[in-house]
Design a protein around this ligand. Structure first.
Ligand SMILES: [Zn+2]
Ligand SMILES: [Zn+2]
Length: 307
């Protein structure tokens, strides 16, 4: 497999949407993972089920993957952690991956380590330590603690790529994080799963790109109305999830208040199988925000060149 190693060297900031959907499975989108490549650095933000496959299919230089940043521990954000670690190692990665996340990340990483312990041993026994260096197969957890709830915490600073974490509100999921990436004057925000908060506006300020989660309450409520009688349990869950996410209009308001240049929708929920559904999802967004709006798609690439 020929990897796109030039991505690491061209000096640009590259973003790849490995998963642009939410947890309701569909053919168009898998859920929750963003890859970032810049100046020799390759990191992932979340790694939902099915997303590692997209990294491979896009020929991203997975042997150079150095870190994974988790926003929180819902399964649609962590399901492929074991695969990303195992398969990048089997492909030739020679240094361990660091897994950053809020308090609790150690437990999550230890769980994946345990689940993959047999396979790690099989591969060393079969191919030898030269081919699969044992220490590179074991991920290292790094807990991010936000000292002051309204500040952002610098948690990664290599080759001019700076990654800051800040607190978001995905209650009862607590703590939950968003990330701000800065590189040679460029800035990219990943909201994680959250409602719109003052803190989110503050840390998104003047970003070049805002990668924002959003679920369409209008479309979800249509589903709720349709299933209420036949499946009250599903109706309750589709109603409950609206209390800890933004809808596209809230994300557009966030983009406007934070004065970002480009708004990219991710965590797109429910599935948008037709153009008509896409239009309903985006309805009213451009009335709130007059910058560029992009409906994220799996394997989409967005690149920025520093000035
Ligand atoms: Zn979540
Ligand atoms: Zn989610």
């Amino acid at each position: 497999m020929i990897s796109q190693d030039n991505l690491l060297k061209d000096g640009k900031l590259h973003i790849f949407l490995l998963g642009s959907g939410g947890p309701i499975n569909n053919e168009k989108r898998v859920t929750s993972s963003i890859a970032l490549i810049a100046n020799g650095e390759f990191v992932l933000f979340d790694v939902g089920p099915g997303t590692y496959r997209n990294a491979d299919l896009m020929r991203l230089p997975v042997t150079q993957l150095s870190a994974i940043f988790l926003t929180h521990f819902h399964s649609d954000h962590i399901g492929d952690l074991g695969e990303a670690n195992m398969m990048s190692w089997a492909s030739g990665r020679s240094k361990p991956i660091e897994v950053y996340g809020p308090e609790g990340v150690e437990k999550v990483v230890d769980g994946f380590k345990m689940a993959y312990e047999f396979d790690t041993g099989y591969r060393i026994a079969h191919h030898g330590k030269e081919i699969v260096p044992p220490e590179a197969g074991i991920p290292i957890s790094k807990t991010i603690i936000i000292q002051n709830s309204s500040d952002r915490e610098l948690c990664y600073n290599r080759n001019e790529v700076k990654i800051f974490a800040f607190q978001v509100d995905h209650t009862p999921v607590n703590p939950a994080l968003g990330y701000r990436i800065e590189y040679k004057g460029l800035s990219v925000i990943l909201t994680g799963d959250t409602i719109k908060t003052e803190n989110l506006v503050k840390h998104s300020n003047n970003a070049d790109i805002l990668l924002s989660e959003a679920i369409s309450f209008e479309l979800l409520n249509n589903l709720v109305a349709a299933v209420k009688k036949i499946n009250p349990r599903t109706a309750k869950i589709l109603t409950d999830i609206q209390s800890y996410h933004m809808n596209p209009i809230s994300a557009a308001k966030l983009a406007k208040e934070a004065k970002v240049k480009k708004l990219v929708f991710i965590h797109i929920t429910p599935p948008l199988q037709t153009k008509n559904l896409e239009n309903i999802y985006l309805k009213g967004v451009t009335d709130e925000f007059d910058g560029e709006v992009i409906l994220g798609e799996d394997r989409m690439e967005i690149s920025l060149e520093p000035n």
